[in-house]
Design a protein around this ligand. Structure first.
Ligand code: HEM
Length: 141
């Protein structure tokens, strides 16, 4: 019973986290299309900060807390699919950290990466989610 509740919590916050990761680079793309110093840019900075602080970072922390609890409960550490999933989740967490720091640079008026590069990077969460779901459901190894 407790296990089922922890798994439900895990999946609820996985959805919030991944939804936020889909949205944040999109916001950055629109932000970079606004004129530097404009009111529109100020509105994007505010939206991005709220998305990061209210949804994205709390959701990531809770996914980790519930996920690690599941891993200790089920003994997943000894299974091959979990090693691969863990590696992908580390990459996704690194991507999250990069996107958070990118937003802080944007708020300071820097625009280090082009809109095209952001569009390409925006594919990372989708690809990682597809691979992780295949690993946890199909468990090919
Ligand atoms: C942050 C670190 C994470 C850890 C430590 C973790 C760990 C786990 C563990 C141990 C399970 C239980 C498997 C079982 O029932 O035997 C699980 C279930 C699941 N995880 Fe994660 N997870 C993490 C992140 C994620 C992410 C980012 C996703 C999706 C993008 C995800 C998707 C799922 C799904 C769909 C299940 C349910 C599988 C089932 O029905 O058995 N997890 N997770």
């Amino acid at each position: 019973m407790t296990y089922a509740w922890i798994k439900a919590g895990h999946l609820i916050f996985v959805i919030f986290w991944i939804a936020g990761l889909f949205m944040l680079p999109r916001y950055y793309i629109y932000h970079q299309e606004a004129a530097p110093g404009s009111d529109e840019e100020a509105r994007w900075i505010d939206r991005e900060r709220k998305l990061r602080n209210i949804i994205l970072t709390p959701a990531m922390i809770l996914v980790w807390v519930f996920g690690l609890t599941l891993a200790y409960t089920t003994g997943a550490w000894s299974q091959g699919w979990f090693h691969a999933k863990f590696a992908l989740v580390l990459i996704l967490s690194g991507y999250h950290g990069y996107m958070v720091s990118y937003g802080k640079k944007l708020a300071r008026g820097e625009r280090p990466v082009s809109g095209k590069a952001l569009r390409i990077m925006n594919e990372v969460p989708g690809i990682a989610t597809a691979l992780i779901v295949i690993l946890v459901i199909v468990r090919p190894f």
